[in-house]
Design a protein around this ligand. Structure first.
Ligand SMILES: Cc1cc2nc3c(=O)[nH]c(=O)nc-3n(C[C@H](O)[C@H](O)[C@H](O)COP(=O)(O)OP(=O)(O)OC[C@H]3O[C@@H](n4cnc5c(N)ncnc54)[C@H](O)[C@@H]3O)c2cc1C
Length: 404
């Protein structure tokens, strides 16, 4: 049992994730500088290259080394909240539009992968949102009524059907969606970066941005410890770390720790879908080789997961392991092979934040509230269009101006 993010490790990649591109040690220039080489920065760079602008991407450490390599790899529809709560928070029309946006994101990721022949161990089996209590059952029933009325493709699984399908009588029902997949997110970032690099994007790793200077009237100078990039536009896609670069974001995007573990392979097939339970606080999936990957228990942390630390509270991992085994004793109590923590960026209203900062030429895209994969491509496209064209379809859904 080692404290190491599985996706970044040799056990999953065949090698430990390492620096693949040089560090910036010179003065360079580009139309747009993307700051942060996680899922989001990588997708923004991809979509910028579709718009024929020159791009430099700067990553502080290694690609996907932060949350993007420490998640459980679910591409889900919707937001962090159950749909009934999304309707209460955002209104029915906006909740519907956000759901459709995440469906578009899902399709885009599949289409890009197909076109670019990318392989990142995708398991396209849909998602299950499980009711862990009577209260959650009531809310998921409300959610499925909304979804059906809006013509969204989702079905209800009764308690008995859940028991038949996944072998536990301790849950109360579920929403099943066809949209939903499990992936190896580090492979996705590495594959997409390979495509980006082939399209002429310069990628620099181990190149932390120290400062963004407004330089002359229309441009920016991005300073790293050993070099700089002159650019017309920049975008900060550093998610939880946004406020380290743009201080004024400390009130808008907050760091929260999430933790997960993966077991040794289990020979019995237990689930096909990616599974969310207990209002999204706990989640699990079975990988192609039979390993069980389980995340959650942030709510059991005395600090509720707040902060930047990736030091792990081992009691949370043990608690999560016991929770899972108590639900699924048929898994046979497999040994944990890897466990880890990662830092997510949460926004005030649970939705991503996209738009200009106090510097008109500097944009931000962050605050995914534990759902970055559910937005990554579509929000990358939106951000690229906002930067290059000054407008983008659906940008009202996530625009930073809602906090004005
Ligand atoms: C345990 C856990 C489970 C999760 N499960 C899921 C899931 O199943 N599905 C899902 O959709 N989401 C999940 N998430 C959330 C998901 O990982 C994030 O939403 C997503 O990775 C955000 O991507 P990002 O590129 O914005 O952020 P990050 O991956 O954090 O990338 C930001 C990058 O910016 C870099 N950076 C920071 N500062 C600087 C600087 N000064 N200069 C240059 N670069 C800088 C960082 O090094 C980092 O690489 C989970 C998260 C955790 C922790």
């Amino acid at each position: 049992m080692i404290n190491k993010p599985f996706w970044l490790s040799e056990s999953s990649l065949g090698y430990d994730q390492k620096q693949q591109y040089p560090s910036l040690t010179s003065k360079e220039s580009a139309d747009v500088c993307v700051i942060g080489g996680g899922l989001i920065g990588t997708f923004i760079a991809y979509w910028l290259s579709e718009l024929n602008v020159s791009v430099i991407l700067l990553e502080k450490d290694v690609l996907a080394g932060a949350a993007s390599g420490r998640n459980t790899g679910f591409i889900l529809p919707g937001t962090v909240e159950h749909f009934n709560r999304a309707v209460t928070l955002y209104g029915e029309e906006k909740a519907d539009s956000i759901w459709r946006f995440t469906e578009k994101n899902y399709k885009q990721i599949l289409d890009i992968s197909h076109e670019e022949k990318m392989d990142y161990d995708i398991q396209e089996n849909g998602s299950l949102i499980l009711a862990g209590s009577e209260q959650e059952h009531k809310e998921l029933k409300e959610s499925i009524s909304f979804l059906k009325r809006l013509g969204i493709d989702a079905e209800w699984w009764s308690k008995a059907f859940v028991e038949k399908q996944i072998g536990t009588d301790q849950l109360f029902g579920a929403i099943k969606t066809k949209v939903g997949a499990g992936i190896q997110p580090v492979k996705l970032v590495n594959e997409l970066s390979r495509i980006n690099h082939g399209r002429g994007i310069s990628i620099y790793e181990k190149s932390p941005v120290a400062e963004i200077k407004e330089y002359e009237s229309n441009s920016l100078k991005i300073m790293t410890d050993q070099g700089s990039v002159d650019c017309s536009m920049a975008v900060v896609s550093a998610n939880a770390y946004t406020s380290h670069i743009l201080n004024s974001f400390s009130d808008l995007i907050f760091p929260f720790q999430g933790q997960a573990f993966v077991t040794d392979p289990v020979s019995v097939p237990l689930f096909h879908e990616v599974i969310y339970a207990n209002f999204g606080f706990e989640y699990w999936r079975q990988l192609k080789d039979g390993r069980l990957m389980v995340g959650g228990f942030r709510e059991k942390d005395p600090k509720k997961g707040e902060g930047f630390s990736t030091d792990i509270n081992i009691d949370l991992i043990h608690g999560l392991y016991d929770y899972f085994n108590q639900l699924f004793p048929q898994a046979g109590h497999p040994s944990i092979s890897h466990y880890w923590a990662g830092t997510m960026g949460f926004s005030q209203d649970g939705l991503p934040i996209v738009g200009n900062t106090h510097m008109p030429h500097c944009f931000v895209c962050g605050g995914f509230t534990g759902h970055g994969l559910g937005f990554a491509s579509a929000i990358g496209e939106m951000t690229a269009h906002l930067i290059v064209n000054g407008k983008a379809d659906d940008s009202n859904l996530f625009h930073i101006s809602r906090f004005n």
